[in-house]
Design a binder for this molecule. Structure first.
Ligand SMILES: [Zn+2]
Length: 305
C-alpha cells in the first residue's frame, strides 16, 4: 500500500556504492560467543520458560532491562524501558510488560524502524520446562546484538528495539505496543520481527512478508548476498498453516496496515517442545544469521527514504 517506488529507486542509485561497506560491517558486527552466552542465560532453567506474568518471565524482563541500560538505549516505554500491560489471551490473563528502548536517528525527517522479538515462552506445563531457546531467546539476543551495533554506529532512521511479552498468548505484546501510541503509527517505516533464528538443517532462513510489501525483497536480497546462509522468501500467502502472515508479532503490524518483514526458520521437531534447548543451536548458522540481519537493518536504514 505504500510502495514509494520512485523515492526508493532514487536512494538505490545513490547508495549503490555503499553496498560493499554495508556487507563488510556485517561480517564483524556480531560477537558469536556473546550470542551463545546470552541464549544460554535466557533459556536456562532459572528463567522457568519465561511465561508471561510468572516469576521466570519477570526474571527475563529484569535481565533485559539491565542489558538495555548497559547498551545505552534511550528508555521508550511508559515507565523507563517498561511498558506494563495486562495480557488477556488464549492461555488466560497475565501481568505482562514489553521492554522498549530507542536509538536516535541522524535524520530528523526519517520515520522509525521497529525491531521486535518476543522474550516470553511457554513456561512450565505438566511438570515440563519449556526452555524456548530457539523460540525465542535466539531472536531476543540478535535484537540485543543489533542494538549494540546501532548504538555504536548511529543510523539515519530512529530505531526502536522492543522485546515483547505475551506473544505466546496471541501476540498481546505487539498489540499493546501498537495500541499504546508510544510510536505513532504514521511514524513507523517498517517492522522487522525476529522469531526463531538459530537452527536449520538446510542452512536456510525465511524473510516472510515480501509478497505483501514487494519493495522489501530487493533490499533483503542485497543485504543477504554476501551471507553464508540462504535467505528464502515465502510463507506469506495462502492463509493456511504455511502462511506465517499472522503467526508472530509482525501479524499485529500487518493488521494495522504497516509494512513488515519477518525473519525465522522452518519449524523443527523441538518447536514448542521442552527439548527446544540451547545445546541444539547451530552456532555457525546462528552467527551467520545474526550478521545477515544486522546487514539487512543497515541496508533498510540506507534505502528507506
Ligand atoms: Zn516464537
Amino acid at each position: 500500500m505504500r510502495l514509494r517506488t520512485a523515492p526508493v529507486l532514487g536512494v538505490l542509485l545513490c547508495a549503490a556504492c555503499a553496498v560493499a561497506t554495508l556487507a563488510g560491517q556485517s561480517g564483524t558486527a556480531v560477537d558469536r560467543d556473546r550470542l551463545m552466552r546470552e541464549v544460554a542465560t535466557l533459556a536456562a532453567p532459572a528463567m522457568e520458560g519465561r511465561r508471561a506474568g510468572t516469576a521466570g518471565g519477570m526474571k527475563a524482563r529484569a535481565w533485559l532491562v539491565e542489558r538495555f541500560g548497559e547498551i545505552g538505549l534511550t528508555p521508550a516505554g511508559t515507565s523507563g524501558y517498561l511498558q506494563p500491560f495486562t495480557a488477556v489471551g488464549r492461555n488466560g490473563r497475565a501481568a505482562a510488560a514489553n521492554v522498549i528502548g530507542r536509538v536516535a536517528g541522524t535524520d530528523p525527517r526519517a520515520r522509525t524502524i521497529v525491531v521486535t522479538a518476543h522474550y516470553d515462552h511457554d513456561g512450565i506445563r505438566g511438570g515440563a520446562l519449556y526452555h524456548g531457546a530457539d523460540d525465542n531467546a535466539s531472536g531476543v539476543v540478535v535484537l540485543l546484538a543489533a542494538a549494540r551495533h546501532f548504538s555504536m554506529q548511529r543510523p539515519r532512521h530512529p530505531i526502536v528495539f522492543a522485546a515483547l511479552d505475551a506473544e505466546e498468548m496471541g501476540q498481546r505484546g505487539a498489540a499493546a505496543l501498537l495500541e499504546s501510541g508510544l510510536i505513532p503509527r504514521d511514524a513507523i517505516a517498517l517492522n522487522v520481527n525476529l522469531d526463531m533464528l538459530s537452527r536449520s538443517d538446510r542452512n536456510e532462513i525465511y524473510a516472510a512478508g515480501t509478497s505483501h510489501h514487494p519493495w522489501i525483497r530487493p533490499i533483503v536480497e542485497e543485504a543477504a548476498r554476501p551471507s553464508k546462509v540462504t535467505v528464502r522468501f515465502g510463507h506469506d500467502t495462502g492463509g493456511g498453516a504455511d502462511d506465517w502472515t499472522t503467526q508472530s508479532d509482525h501479524g499485529e503490524f500487518h493488521k494495522a496496515g504497516l509494512p513488515w518483514v519477518y525473519f525465522g526458520v522452518e519449524n523443527h521437531p523441538d518447536y514448542h517442545q521442552p527439548t527446544d534447548t540451547a545445546d541444539k543451536i547451530n552456532v555457525t548458522f546462528f552467527g551467520d544469521v545474526a550478521d545477515m540481519i544486522v546487514a539487512a537493518l543497515r541496508t533498510f536504514d540506507a534505502r528507506i527514504p
